[in-house]
Design a protein around this ligand. Sequence first.
Ligand code: FE2
Ligand code: FE2
Length: 383
Amino acid sequence: MSELDLQDRIPAALWELVKAVNSARYYGLDHPSVGAYARVAYREISGVLAAVPSVTLFIVADRLVIEGRSSPSPAPFIGRFIDLLRNKGIERLSFHRGVTAEELAAFIVRLAVKDRGPVRSSPGIRLGKVEFQGPDGPPPSGPSPVEDGIVEAAGRLGSLGDVELERIREMYEIAERRKRLDVGSLDGIVKRFIGILLADFNPISLLASVKGAHEYTFTHVVNVGILTIVQAKNLGFSGRVLHEIGMASMLHDVGKIFIPDDILSKPGRLSAAERAVIEMHTIKGGRYLLEQEGIPTIAVLAALEHHRKFDGSGYPVLRSGWRPNLISQMISISDVYDALRSVRSYSRAKPRDEILRILADDKGEAYNPRLVGNFLALVAGTI
Ligand SMILES: [Fe+2]
Ligand SMILES: [Fe+2]
């Protein structure tokens, strides 16, 4: 079964589950429709588990992430399924090969009864919370153990920043001149980053510093890549999806190759017209990536959406009700963190505590609060 089939089959099984739970609620546990839906749900889930040993789902904000993928526009029944899980305090759910029809029936019954009693894990259906590595609140103040480790980690890593920075610069320059993207080179950079970040290096210690105004785009791309891969890894993304997230994060600002340099690095305030030109980097970037071969869809979305806010504001203007993809939401947090920590032609670098306070204050409006909680915990050095 291909990954695409899985992305279809799992929601189909969940839809049957939702129907079984709703029937049990409205017509009673013994109604024949409950058993009928439960049997179809079991058949669908068993079919999926014949192809893969387990399937994991978890909830982040209002999205259901299925095997590391969040649907950009979830079907309404997915929302109902999320509500059913939330009512029982479940944030993470996995089905394992060998799950029995009886286990599934018991699970449906527990979801259907309205009391707030716990739903327990069984060998084939495991339940839990999404494990964010720290409190969903303001970060601890004072020096960060992560930043304290900069010198030590830099010594162990050698010239990671310089090597990757040089490759990213080359990639962007080739893209600018020939308008073709060297996807193979980007793949290599992302692989190397993921390898290092999976070994639990402190992400902040790896961030590159801007050495000159014209360097900003490249260092920024590297840093947003590092910060986003770490966020995603900590949320449980792995394998090919984590790789695609790495690519998306390093391509989020690719549209800037179409923006004149004198506007991009202009010191001082921008006029409204100049701002409008810069804002076009989102649409131009998305359109550009759409035309390139080998680019994951989430990279196209991230280029388009990374300046859209969680509350629907921001740019570019998209149809009303458009919510940025989960990956774009992660990238926008990395994006603002790196922008604020860097010296820019028009602003000083902000200290870490101030940036974290800005993120904590804006969560819920500008940024997804759960993702901000995760990010603050990471940057506060608790990994
Ligand atoms: Fe941007
Ligand atoms: Fe950016």
